[in-house]
Design a protein around this ligand. Structure first.
Ligand code: ADP
Ligand code: MG
Length: 301
């Protein structure tokens, strides 16, 4: 098969691992920088071009769309879908998971455990919003943040009000969440491929840090997850409509709660912590499922 990875940098760990894993399994692997693609949107013969050449013979794509280029990146994925090219994660699913608010609403609707979460727009209701969540301490998150940036722990009511006012002043969308203190600065990353958790790890924030992101100095170790955690992760990916997803869970007093579902999960941390060939499993999934014209809108809106 000819499999294209949509990535802005072929030297990134995840991109180069996917290339290697595909080549090991006998595929023709190419990296396409979606930022440099341009497209002709027509119903008869939609096409994608790169540096003067039309991209024509790709069988499947693996989108690795960074948060900063979601808008254009998902448009390129959508164009491949219009051309009948199989995408391991479809554009609508990527958009759903990127928007934390939309993702939370979809997961809640399907009965998946979440931290108590609120959001608001008008400046008059900060106090009641905080009351609704159960009061300080709360975690306040920018909706489009990633890698822990824009995630703030406000330990007191005063601090929470100041942060909310600041975010409002910036006209930024945010949500306010119950702080799961019992998670102890750790979370669980479950790597879902198809309908299985193929690898999982525990990430622990560095000393004094409640955010466990590896980009913020967190460290990863192996962990055995419970059947409940496993099914929560698989169901969450399914609600989003993602075939490949990194589902982040917190261990709360009221069971596993989902914090987010990533559509382009990094492979470095999880492959190193688990010594598993996750890239190979993604390629294997594509071998079994890719068919021309098979990408269609799944998930729940
Ligand atoms: P990002 O998309 O920036 O990674 P997250 O929502 O995943 O944002 O939050 C970053 C980290 O902060 C999480 O991995 C987790 O360790 C911690 N965290 C986030 N929300 C909560 C919460 N409600 N309670 C406790 N810890 C949290
Ligand atoms: Mg996260």
């Amino acid at each position: 098969m000819k499999i294209a990875i949509l990535s802005t940098n072929k030297n990134l760990y995840s991109t180069s691992r996917l290339v290697k894993a595909g080549e090991e399994r006998g595929h023709d692997m190419v990296v396409i920088n979606h930022k440099q693609c341009y497209m002709n949107i027509t119903s008869h013969n939609p096409s994608i071009h790169l540096k003067g050449v039309a991209i024509t013979d790709v069988d499947a794509i693996i989108p690795r769309i960074g948060a900063s280029v979601s808008f254009y990146g998902t448009a390129v994925v959508r164009q491949f879908e219009m051309m009948g090219v199989y995408s391991v994660n479809e554009s609508v699913a990527i958009s759903r998971s990127r928007d934390k608010l939309r993702a939370s609403q979809l997961l809640a609707r399907r009965g998946i455990g979440l931290p108590v979460t609120g959001f608001a727009n008008s400046p008059g209701d900060t106090e009641d919003l905080l009351r609704l969540i159960g009061g300080a301490p709360v975690v306040i998150k920018l909706l489009e943040g990633t890698q822990g940036v824009g995630v703030v722990l406000a330990e007191t009511k005063k601090a929470a009000e100041s942060v909310i006012e600041a975010f409002r002043g910036l006209k930024a969308n945010f949500m306010v969440q119950e702080f799961i203190a019992e998670a102890g600065g750790a979370d669980i990353r479950c790597l879902v491929v198809g309908d299985k958790v193929v690898a999982s790890m525990r990430r622990q924030g560095k000393e004094g840090e409640f955010r466990s992101n590896l980009h913020r100095g967190g460290s990863a170790t192996l962990i055995k997850i419970t059947p409940e955690e496993r099914s929560t992760a698989v169901r969450s990916a399914k609600v989003m409509g993602l075939n490949v997803a990194g589902v982040d869970l917190l261990r709360s007093n009221h069971g596993p709660v989902v914090m987010e579902v990533n559509s382009s999960p990094g492979l470095e941390g999880i492959e190193k912590a688990t010594k598993k060939n996750v890239a190979g499993m993604i390629i294997e999934f594509i071998e079994k499922n890719a068919k021309h014209g098979k990408t269609r809108t799944r998930g729940t809106g």
